[in-house]
Design a protein around this ligand. Structure first.
Ligand code: ZN
Length: 241
């Protein structure tokens, strides 16, 4: 394999990466995630599912989550009780947050064979101190970003940091129309970057918050394939430079 090794090549130091896309989903929508996988499997997609309150899921839903991992997707963490981390540490310590929200999640999911390498913040709520603490537990942590900015001003691209930001693609976000999302994907292709999106519950007809249009997801995958973007899971970003 030929890799450019000129000294000014920003990718020369570590594992080089290809232009790509990270599709992530938060919360506990095992049924809808599996439905989406049935449709988007045709596009050879790969996603990362950040699961919260795993301990409260039915056995059927736990099995579905396991099935997603078997299909090549990443199962990651989204909190034991979905607390707002900044609010939580304001009343207690960051160590207490890890004890109450992170360690029990790792234990509960670990018991069923899930080895968590990535974490996404509920409500996107985070700060530098909590980041530092969580990077002891995870390879990659994901916050959130919003707004219709020009691609070069968007925070939703992997930039070599273990803290990444996903752009919300649920229907309720006014910036998240397919035309804009495609322009961000095109920029990833043109600039050899990896774009990161996040949603919640994939449905045919979104009718509230936390719902991503199935049609839009299909268009994203179709366009990703047309551009030749590589699907990365969150933890696959780790070590890319
Ligand atoms: Zn959430």
């Amino acid at each position: 394999m030929l890799i450019s090794c000129s000294p000014d090549d920003p990718h020369a130091a570590g594992d080089p990466y290809e232009a790509g896309i990270v599709l992530t989903f938060d919360d506990d929508y095992a049924d809808e995630w599996c439905d989406a996988d049935e449709i988007l499997g045709a596009y050879n997609w790969k996603a990362t599912f950040f699961v919260t309150k795993y301990q409260q899921l039915s056995q059927e839903h736990k099995n579905k989550i396991y099935g997603l991992e078997l299909n090549g997707h990443e199962i990651a963490g989204h909190g034991y009780n979905h607390v707002n981390s900044k609010q939580y540490v304001a009343g207690k310590s960051t160590e207490r947050y890890a004890k109450d929200e992170i360690q029990p999640m790792i234990k509960a999911m670990g018991k069923d064979g899930f080895s968590l390498r990535s974490f996404s913040y509920p409500y996107g709520s985070r700060n530098g101190r909590i980041d530092t603490l969580l990077l002891d537990y995870f390879d990659i942590i994901r916050g959130t970003t919003y707004g219709r900015y020009a691609p070069q001003k968007q925070a939703c691209y992997y930039n070599g940091s273990r803290l990444v930001f996903g752009l919300g693609i649920d229907q309720s976000y006014s910036h998240a129309d397919i035309k804009y999302l495609k322009s961000l994907m095109q920029y990833a292709k043109d600039q050899n970057k990896i774009v990161i999106f996040y949603g919640h519950k994939p449905v045919e007809k979104p009718s509230g918050t936390h719902q991503a249009s199935m049609k839009k997801l299909e268009e994203i995958c179709k366009f990703a394939n047309k551009l030749g973007l590589k699907y990365y899971t969150a933890s696959e970003l780790y070590g890319l430079e």
